[in-house]
Design a protein around this ligand. Structure first.
Ligand code: 5AD
Length: 363
């Protein structure tokens, strides 16, 4: 029996097993990914859930060394979509039977920002008779802010740890108080205590990142018992400090394949969580998200950001700006999902099964 086959028969995957899975190629990789596909269907079904992504502001207080919208990048035109624009995008999601939206922005924590998000949540609930689910992805906040937003209707939160190894985290972030790994980890804990379905994730293929780091990321997700995960390839951006290390990077194609292996391995490790097919996959391969569905992902976040702002939410190079929100694009995505052998779970929140199991509710 091959090494990978032996690993696939184990019930308790160790770091060294995960490293082997992540490095697998050819037939072995095929076998491994096929198992992840089967487990996904068994555990979370064959439906893909859409979350309409609204990147409502690129104003950011942080200076992460990899990110195109970091505070110090003066080439970026900063925007703040109006409430009406945001609500129109949410209405579009609702009318197209996407049962939920993701509100994402740069990281701010001013009282005005906290209040604004709070007001938006209430309006989104109102416009949809309380039907539209809302996930927030607005960075690190205090316990009180998380509670306030939860009480106003947000029920899921995405906060990527970016790198679970603190040493690596410190290589890709400035060394200041607002860029602390401990604080980020603590924020994930606050979210969980508040009652959110909690999602995190990492970038794959960062400079200085090893296979052991990536296997460690997967074990970190398991140890903090996440409900959702969004992770995608790191893609360099020329106006960021990390760009100087581009010679250390794997090819984009290698990063793409590694990201698919990460998704497949996470599906084996945490069979009943929700896993998103990240947009960054699509930046490398137009069919990237569909390929992720085939190896374990079950969530797609079509971009519904008002089109005039899209090119200013440029986290990495080649980020797709296409008109994903049009009726025609939605039908096309639906069709390509169907061709991949899956269906779209319309009008249901598609909550994380893991969340209900861990909180012992039934759904
Ligand atoms: N490549 C890939 N992903 C990136 N992000 C930020 N910059 C990059 C990049 N250069 C991701 C981060 C963040 C999410 C919103 O976008 O992981 O959490």
């Amino acid at each position: 029996m091959s090494n990978v086959s032996r690993i696939l028969n184990k019930s308790d995957l160790q770091q060294s097993d995960l490293v082997q899975l992540l490095q697998s190629e050819g037939e072995e990789r095929q076998k491994f990914r096929e198992k992840a596909r089967v487990i996904k269907i068994q555990e979370v079904g064959d439906k893909v859930y859409f979350r309409g992504l609204v990147e409502f502001s690129n104003i950011c207080a942080k200076d992460c060394l990899y990110c195109g919208i970091r505070k110090s990048n003066e080439k970026v035109l900063r925007y703040n979509a109006t409430d009406d624009e945001i609500l129109a995008a949410c209405r579009l999601a609702w009318e197209n039977r996407f049962a939920s939206v993701v509100l994402q922005s740069g990281e701010l924590s001013s009282p005005a920002f906290v209040k604004r998000v709070d007001g938006l949540l209430k309006k989104i609930k109102q416009l949809s008779n309380n039907e539209l689910g809302v996930t927030l992805s607005c960075g690190e906040q205090t316990r009180e802010t998380y509670r306030r937003w939860f009480e106003s209707g947000a029920h899921r939160y995405l906060l990527r740890i970016e790198a679970s190894n603190q040493e690596l985290y410190n290589k890709i972030h400035p060394h200041t108080k607002i860029h602390s790994w401990e604080k980020r980890k603590e924020a994930l804990q606050f979210l969980r205590e508040t009652g959110y379905q909690v999602g995190t994730g990492v970038m794959i293929g960062l400079p200085f990142q090893t296979m052991e780091d990536l296997a460690g990321d997967l074990l970190f997700f398991k140890s903090i018992d996440i409900d959702m995960c969004g992770m995608g390839p790191y893609i360099e951006h020329e106006d960021t400090p990390l760009y100087q290390y581009r010679h250390l990077l794997k090819t984009k194609q290698e990063r793409f394949e590694l990201a698919l292996n990460m998704i497949a391995a996470l599906r084996l490790l945490m069979p009943d969580i929700n896993i998103a097919a990240a947009t960054a996959l699509q930046a490398i391969d137009p069919q990237g998200r569909e390929k992720a569905l085939a190896v374990g992902a079950n969530v797609i976040m079509p971009n519904l950001t008002p089109s005039k702002y899209r090119k200013e939410y440029n986290l990495y190079e080649d980020k797709p700006f296409s008109e994903e929100g049009t009726e025609q694009q939605i039908r096309q995505l639906e069709e390509s999902i169907r061709l991949s052998g899956f269906g779209v779970g319309y009008s249901t929140w598609g909550d994380s099964k893991h969340f209900f199991r861990r909180t012992r509710q039934t759904k």
